[in-house]
Design a protein around this ligand. Structure first.
Ligand SMILES: Nc1ncnc2c1ncn2[C@@H]1O[C@H](COP(=O)(O)OP(=O)(O)OP(=O)(O)O)[C@@H](O)[C@H]1O
Ligand SMILES: [Mg+2]
Length: 264
């Protein structure tokens, strides 16, 4: 029988081949599952969107109900649902781009205070719907060399998680800077995360809740972490089951280059 343990011509030996096939099968299974979840997550928001559009159409055709004070709240709900849809689709696009090793940052001087304030404002409808009050304490003029869109996504993902898993209790957002590093914390008083899940949730498609409990792709934190690391920073998480969760993002004001320089 031929000796298959060596691979002088670069062809993998049998055990390696079996392992490779198993890994490929697992990757295809994970991809199929993700496609199913993605389709589900993109279809879900369409039901409330269609309901609002039908209601608005009926109101618009009825001269008695076609009044700004009746239409505006419905349009606000519609706007929220469409924004949520755009957020989910953007996340999907970013996942395929970043998974291919493509974190492209457009670095410029960005006022993080303004970015976080805008994200908190945009989350107000979602927060109201979850009966959650957001308290923001933001140091003024925290400016650094970062990518604005990436910062928006990081803040959006952390805040949407805090609202989603925050059990309707207040969420605190704080931003400070010590002159060299910006520190953004998002603290909720919700379901919390167990110690063994704290590392896992930063990986792609990993979730610590079931689909029945809460919807989601399981990629928001993975994405946020990739973007923060690309900007030279880091994300940490604290808390315990039932006692809420605090995510802390640290970002060097000088951006990725400064972080690289300080390492060497
Ligand atoms: N503030 C939080 N409190 C408790 N658990 C959290 C919190 N944030 C994240 N998690 C846990 O970490 C998991 C991963 O979070 P992540 O944001 O990546 O995914 P998701 O919110 O489930 O979906 P999406 O990709 O749509 O954001 C969540 O499913 C949840 O189990
Ligand atoms: Mg999330």
């Amino acid at each position: 029988m031929a000796d298959r343990s060596g691979s002088p011509d670069g062809v993998p030996c049998e055990p390696d081949k079996d392992r490779l096939i198993e890994e490929l099968r697992e990757a295809v299974r994970a991809r199929d599952e993700f496609v199913a979840v993605a389709a589900h997550e993109l279809r879900n928001p369409m039901t409330p969107i269609l309901m609002q559009v039908s209601g608005l159409l009926m109101a618009a055709r009825d001269p008695v109900r076609c009044r700004p004070e009746l239409l505006a709240p419905r349009l606000e709900l519609l706007e929220h649902a469409v924004r949520e849809f755009v957020r989910r689709s953007t996340v999907l696009l970013d996942v395929s781009r970043i998974a291919a090793g493509n974190v492209r940052l457009e670095l410029a001087d960005v006022a993080l205070t303004e970015v976080v304030r805008d994200v908190v404002d945009s989350a107000s409808t979602a927060a109201q719907m979850a009966r959650c009050h957001i308290e923001a304490e933001l140091q003024e003029h925290v400016v650094g060399r970062w990518d604005r869109l990436a910062l928006e996504q990081v803040a959006e993902n952390l805040l949407s998680n805090a609202i989603k898993f925050g059990a309707g209790k207040p969420v605190a957002v704080t931003l400070t800077s010590d002159g060299s590093t910006a520190r953004l914390t998002v603290r909720d008083q919700g379901i919390g995360i167990s110690e063994q899940d704290r590392v896992r949730i930063f990986q792609r498609f990993e979730r610590a809740v079931t689909r029945g409990e809460q919807g989601g792709f399981g990629i928001g934190l993975w994405l946020a972490n990739q973007l923060v690391v690309a900007m030279g920073g880091g994300i940490s998480v604290e808390g315990a089951p039932g006692a809420g969760t605090t995510f802390t993002v640290t970002l060097p004001l000088g951006g990725p280059r400064q972080a690289g320089a300080s390492k060497s």
